[in-house]
Structures are given as C-alpha cells and as structure tokens.
Design a protein around this ligand. Structure first.
Ligand code: FAD
Length: 282
C-alpha cells in the first residue's frame, strides 16, 4: 500500500485506519471530537461501493471498541449514487444500521449540485428509519434556503458550509460577501430551530457572528458545534474549545485522496504555492 505524499499530509491524516486513529486520539486528548471521512467518490463499479460499505462497517466497529469521541462522514457517490439510486440507499442503510447499533453519528457530505436533490431525498428517507443521520448543506447554493426548511422538517441535523464545488451562476452565489451573508441568514434559522447544528467554517467573520448569536439567544451547548477541516487553523480549534464550545475536526484518510486534496488547493492559492515551492526544493 502506498502512503500519502508529503505535500498532501497537511490535509489528509493517513492511508489507513491506524494512521487516522492516531490523529483522532491526539484530538480527543484535547477534548476535540472528530468526524472521520474514508476518502472515495464517484465510483463506477458496484464492487467498489460494496468494499467501501465493508470498510465503513469495520471503522464503526473499531470506533466503538476504542470508545473514541468520533463519528463518520460519507459521500453518497462512494456508495454508488452514480450507478443506481436504490443500490446506493441500500448501501447507506447497511452502514446506518451498524451506526445506530453503536450509537455513532453519520453525516452525508454534500457533493456537486447534480447530486443535491438525490442526497436530500436519501437523507429524508433515512431520517425516518435511523436516528443518527445528519446532512451537509451549502450556503452558496440558491436552493439552500428551501432545503433548510426540508431538513428542519425531517430531523433538523445539519452541517452548514459555504460549498466547495465549481457551480454555474444560475445555481450558486458567486460573490464571497453574499455567500457569507446567506450563511449568516441560514445559520440563524438553523440554530434557533434545529436539533444539532454544525457550524462548518474557518471564516472568523462567521465564527464570531455565530458565537455572538449563540450567547444572545442562549442556545444550549448540546444543540450546536463548530467544525473545521484537518490541517486548517489548528490554533483556532483550541481557542474555540477553551471558550467552552463543542469542536469537531473533519479528518479524511484513505488512498483516494486526490479529489479531496484538489478541492483544498482550489480554495486557496497559497496552498498551490506551498506545493510548488516544496516540489522545486526536493
Ligand atoms: P474561507 O473564506 O474559504 O476561509 C476562511 C479562512 O480559512 C481563510 O482565510 C484561511 O485562513 C482558512 N482557509 C480556508 N480554506 C483554506 C484552505 N484550503 N487551506 C488553508 N487555509 C484555508 N464543502 C462541500 O461542498 N461539501 C461538504 O460536504 C463539505 N464538508 C465540509 C465539512 C467541514 C467540517 C468543513 C469545515 C468544510 C466542509 N466543506 C464542504 C468545505 C466548505 O464548503 C468550504 O469550501 C471550506 O470550508 C472553506 O470555506 P470557509 O467557510 O472556511 O471560508
């Protein structure tokens, strides 16, 4: 088995469960929770999806055995959403049954807008059957205001992020100031009406806004948490935790790291310069 190249190690914890668990344990020691993401997306063979289901089953069992403060995140295209809707739902159901058995949360990541409606329909169906499911919504999408209402009507467990995919202007807000404005508008409704809201952002403007809103409205600590990606703004994780807010870090691992890593590079030109600088050094 290969290993993660040095330039991708900033964002990807490792190639296997053992390497990922080393990061989980380090963060749990600091009273920071983790959501583990087994990397993989857009698979085209049923066999690949079945292999990922088996790997998630093992992961859930090990999280429970080790009593880690840790849950999992999943992309539906890794479970066969590009192949067949029912096949994908059945794969998710198998994972959800085990997750519910061990009482471990499962978050459905949100991919490009071609998948948004299908991801929400699968989530709505699963939320009727399983208690531990949550879903990601993206503040840059024009449709998200309506989607918030749907999720609140289902089980109200949402991770709100800005959105990381290249989308056409008729579907997504393009100006960063307007995305932040929409984020703030949506998060207020979610924090007031949701069951468990994950504030997924590294943006100080959004973080400060949410802390003020939470304090002003006395939102109980078990109804929200802040979330950031592994490799970004580590000092801020501890600062938020020390203020008494729950903090979760999204930690990816696995040998299918390329697409995830490319999205992190695309978000910030400094990351591309970092890679180039180090490639020329070596
Ligand atoms: P930004 O304005 O992009 O960043 C604010 C600050 O954070 C920057 O100034 C910088 O200091 C730091 N920062 C941001 N990005 C980087 C980077 N790449 N490298 C180094 N520093 C950086 N998107 C989806 O589309 N679907 C998902 O399912 C999804 N899940 C996510 C789960 C979590 C827990 C998080 C935190 C993000 C997730 N995202 C997802 C990504 C998200 O949509 C954004 O692309 C990403 O978080 C950057 O937006 P931001 O709010 O942090 O603000």
């Amino acid at each position: 088995m290969s290993s993660i190249p040095f330039y991708a190690k900033k964002f990807v914890s490792g190639i296997n469960i053992e390497e990922a668990f080393a990061v989980v344990e380090r963060l749990n020691d600091k009273k920071i929770c983790v959501t583990l993401d087994l990397l993989g997306e857009n698979i085209s063979e049923k066999q690949q999806a079945i292999k990922f289901v088996d790997e998630y089953d093992i992961l859930l069992k090990k999280i429970s055995e080790k009593k880690l403060d840790c849950y999992v995140s999943i992309k539906l295209t890794m479970l066969g959403l590009d192949i067949d809707f029912d096949f994908c739902y059945n794969n998710l159901s198998q994972i959800m049954r085990i997750a519910d058995h061990y009482n471990i949360r499962v978050a459905l990541d949100m991919e490009g807008s071609d998948y948004t409606e299908r991801t929400i329909v699968i989530y709505e169906r699963a939320a009727k059957e399983f208690k531990n499911i949550e879903i990601v919504l993206q503040a840059y999408l024009v449709r998200t205001e309506d989607d918030v209402k749907r999720i609140l009507a289902a089980n109200g467990r949402v991770r709100l992020c800005k959105g990381a995919y290249k989308e056409p202007p008729e579907k997504a807000i393009k100006k960063m100031s307007q995305i932040v404005e929409n984020y703030k508008k949506l998060i207020q409704k979610l924090l007031l009406e949701g069951q468990r809201i994950c504030i997924a952002s590294h943006d100080d403007d959004i973080i400060d806004f949410c802390i003020e809103f939470i304090e002003k409205n006395n939102i109980p600590k078990d109804r929200y948490e802040f979330q950031m990606l592994y490799g970004m703004r580590e000092k801020t994780w501890s600062r938020i935790r020390e203020k008494g807010h729950n903090m979760t870090i999204y930690v990816p691992y696995g040998d299918q790291w390329q697409a995830y890593y490319a999205r992190r590079l695309a978000e910030r030109k400094e990351n591309v310069f970092f890679v180039l600088k180090n490639l020329f050094k070596s």
